[in-house]
Design a protein around this ligand. Structure first.
Ligand SMILES: [Zn+2]
Length: 345
């Protein structure tokens, strides 16, 4: 009830103002249609998650739950979603599945743990789900439903109140034609985007991004065993497993550049010998207060001051510079070399 009224008034306000509402996805820079405000997203996600937790059994495995929450909070610490209300819950369900609700509510089914196997495997799944939230994919889907598919506001408010079965029935009633034409390809785009952002996030949280490829290979094997490959390609919402793995391999060098094993203080950003030169010419800036970490392209003559301006961050305190694995004294006017890591006290 509450979401419906909020969405109606928000959309109405937008339509009256004659605005086309767009937001930009962090990391990929893609511009997306988005009519849902972050606070509305949080409220929708919170309410839906509360209902889910009341109606779905939680896992009684306290050890696995603790690991989930530890890995989840590390991923959340590097995720760019202001005011997010992160919550990571392990549900007792033998399916290998995980989901994310708008605003930062992540659920994992216990059946997924046989495929994640390691903390890095779990980090792959959580980073992918966190990326969906950061990229406002849920809000984008609702916005597309409203604008592109012409679903009326009243219908949307009814839709949000429905249970899953009625929602599925409505989607079918709304025509598989439009779903195949617009909704599914768009889901694949969102999936690839979540893979890409997730890979960066797991690396920044200290998990080896190469483990993501191993996880998706195990997941592909599981899908094959489940007979998932019999689903025709145009009905799949997830990118084809082989395609996803190929895409991730292509993105791996960029993520590896940002990977720092936990427990080591800022190893040099350019240690991977196989990296092409142009990719390795970057500066990493870390704001220790917020945990914010930005990687920007290096330019000759760049100083700590100009790099900070370029990255658009405003840390306080004197800067510190790590070059070739060693901490060196620095000032705002210090000229940077490619691969330098700057953090503030
Ligand atoms: Zn996904």
């Amino acid at each position: 009830m509450r979401f419906g009224a909020k969405i109606e008034s928000a959309v109405l306000a937008l339509l009256l103002a004659g605005t086309v509402a767009c937001t930009t996805v962090p990391e990929t820079g893609r511009s997306q249609l988005n009519l849902i405000s972050p606070s509305m997203e949080r409220s929708m996600g919170r309410d839906a998650f509360t209902n889910l937790k009341a109606s779905t059994p939680l896992s009684s495995d306290q050890n696995a739950t603790a690991i989930l929450q530890r890995v989840g909070s590390r991923i959340a610490a590097v995720a760019n979603l202001p005011k997010a209300q992160w919550e990571f819950v392990l549900f007792d369900n033998s399916q290998a599945n995980a989901f994310c609700l708008p605003g930062g509510k992540v659920g994992v089914y216990s059946g997924m743990l046989q495929i994640t196997q390691t903390e890095a495997g779990l980090a792959t799944v959580l980073a992918h789900e966190v990326a969906h939230a950061v990229a406002h994919h849920g809000a984008e889907r609702i916005s597309r439903l409203i604008v592109v598919q012409g679903v009326g506001l009243v219908l949307i408010s009814q839709f949000i109140k429905m249970d899953a079965t009625s929602k599925n029935a409505l989607m079918i009633a709304y025509g598989l034609g439009t779903t195949l034409g617009t909704e599914l390809p768009h889901s694949r785009l969102q999936e690839s985007e979540a893979d890409r952002i997730g890979l960066l996030y797991m690396a920044r949280a200290g998990y080896d991004p190469a483990e993501a490829i191993k996880f998706w290979q195990r997941f592909a094997e599981y899908n094959r065993a489940q007979g998932g490959s019999r689903t025709p390609w145009f009905l799949r919402t997830h990118p084809l497993d082989e395609q996803r793995i190929e895409d991730l391999k292509r993105l791996l060098p960029e993520a590896q550049l940002q990977y720092r094993p936990r427990g080591k203080e800022d190893p040099p950003a350019t240690t991977t010998p196989t990296l092409p030169k142009e990719i390795s010419k970057t500066i990493t800036l870390i704001n220790p207060k917020t945990g914010e970490r930005k990687v920007i392209p290096w330019k000759p003559g760049m100083t700590i001051y100009t790099a900070r301006r370029k990255a658009g961050i405003r840390p306080s305190g004197p800067p510190q510079l790590t070059r070739a694995g060693k901490l060196r004294p620095a000032k705002p006017a210090t000229t940077l070399k490619a691969g330098d890591v700057v953090r503030w006290k």
